[in-house]
Write a new protein. Sequence first.
Length: 178
Amino acid sequence: AQLHAIPHGPFLHHDLRLRQWMLNSEGVVKLGDLNAGWFLQRNNQGKLRIKKGRRQTGSWRAPEEYLDLPLSEKADIYVLGLSIWALLAGGKKTLYTPDQLAGRTIPEFVTGGGQPLLTDGKAGKWPVQVRDVLQRCWAEQPALRPTAAQVAAVFQVIVKERGLGDSDRYRPSPAVAI
């Protein structure tokens, strides 16, 4: 959320795949590899000067990237949803099953509205709020996607509803911490 609200921003990270997520010793997620990103500049009227560009890696792209359409921070939100799904699915690196693709390429599947499965396996057991926010992250129209702050708020509500606190936070061993 902070990258999208930064002064002179928003800043489009443009590579939010799960391998860019790191945990510090307090269990706080930090994003790495900012070299693919850029500031989305505003014109004199305050409107974003939206750029085009394909810079996400492989299947970790929003539909507008595959279609070479103008980009906004909402491309990051699409990939944030993919990353959250992969994390909750046990660190999966493969977002789509061969059955889902049915002979189509990943760009064809994604631009046709395809999404990771939310009903099978672990995903079918996730709280409905998680499945709902992920579907919103994957909206075909970027303007319909939530902000990063809205995504974070959903997870904050889930944590509060479950009575979880700071002592429940995962903390990596010192050998893994950054």
